[in-house]
Design a protein around this ligand. Structure first.
Ligand SMILES: Cc1cc2nc3c(=O)[nH]c(=O)nc-3n(C[C@H](O)[C@H](O)[C@H](O)COP(=O)(O)O)c2cc1C
Length: 255
């Protein structure tokens, strides 16, 4: 059963939905839009484009919010903010307000997914944060012991009890079946968090631990078939960066 319903009496037969459907699920019959029974990915483009509001998406709540174009944001400010963003590794103890967490998760939920799969999940470590960190710390301490005789910098690395989460108040594990979908969701969440005055650290180290440790995977209890794609640590920055860091030259070309 496809998830859209067309209200015949409201349809004005303009064909906008037909030309915008990415999977050719809609067609005009006389002066009314009709939906084929297969192929719909519930992207909602027909719903969004219909000038008369004739389309409903079954099983989804309608969103009663006005459309706001990104073009309303200043691209210069956006680019400067993107360049000024830094990974944060020192956090204050201040908690992240629930409203801010909700906005961060909502930003992830609205990121694009291939085929509109919406197959990304978010696990807030909450009461299990300390336990998860302790598992990671034990794992890395063992790794350090084994590797230090061969890898010089490992001798210098101190793996304290807060090595992974840096005393930050909020950790969200982003998981999915697709790296790109969960990665995009993470980037959306990061930008939202930054705009809320929060700092973010991606923990690739945690992702490694989740690959190695069955105990950690058990604690995370991810949806079936999901793997950890990113681990995002949020909190208020206890550090201020004064300069934009130089980057390698742009590697872009036109063929
Ligand atoms: C996918 C990913 C994983 C990362 N993992 C870690 C990590 O485990 N520990 C850490 O200290 N920094 C981690 N970082 C931060 C990078 O080291 C950081 O982005 C890089 O040093 C550049 O600094 P900047 O983000 O301030 O520009 C990670 C960043 C990304 C994008």
């Amino acid at each position: 059963m496809i998830p859209i319903r067309i209200n015949e009496s409201q349809c004005i037969g303009c064909g906008l939905c037909v030309s915008d459907c990415p999977n050719a699920c809609l067609y005009l019959e006389g002066s009314r839009a009709r939906a084929a029974q297969t192929g719909c990915i519930a992207c909602g483009h027909c719903y969004a484009i219909c000038p008369s509001g004739a389309i409903r998406m079954e099983d989804y709540d309608a969103v009663e919010e006005p459309v706001v174009s990104m073009a309303e944001l200043s691209s210069d400010t956006l680019l400067s903010a993107m360049k000024s963003r830094r990974t944060i590794r020192r956090f204050t103890r201040a908690p992240v307000e629930p409203e801010k967490l909700a906005k961060i998760l909502e930003a992830g939920r609205y990121s694009p997914t291939g085929g509109n799969a919406q197959n990304v999940a978010y696990t807030v470590l909450g009461g299990k944060q300390a336990e998860a960190e302790a598992i990671c710390v034990r794992l890395f301490r063992t790794g350090k012991k084994l590797g230090a005789p061969f890898i010089d910098f490992l001798k210098r690395v101190e793996i304290g009890d807060d090595f992974f989460f840096k005393g930050a108040p909020l950790v969200v594990v982003v998981s999915g079946k697709s790296d790109i979908n969960a990665g995009l969701a993470s980037a959306y969440m990061e930008l939202m968090a930054e705009s809320l005055g929060l700092g973010v650290l991606y923990s690739g180290f945690f992702v490694i631990c989740a690959k190695i440790s069955r105990k950690l995977r058990k604690l995370l209890d991810l949806p079936k078939g999901h793997k950890v794609v990113s681990c995002m640590i949020f909190g208020y920055p206890a550090v201020k960066y004064r300069r934009i860091v130089p980057r390698k030259p742009l590697q872009a070309r036109r063929l």
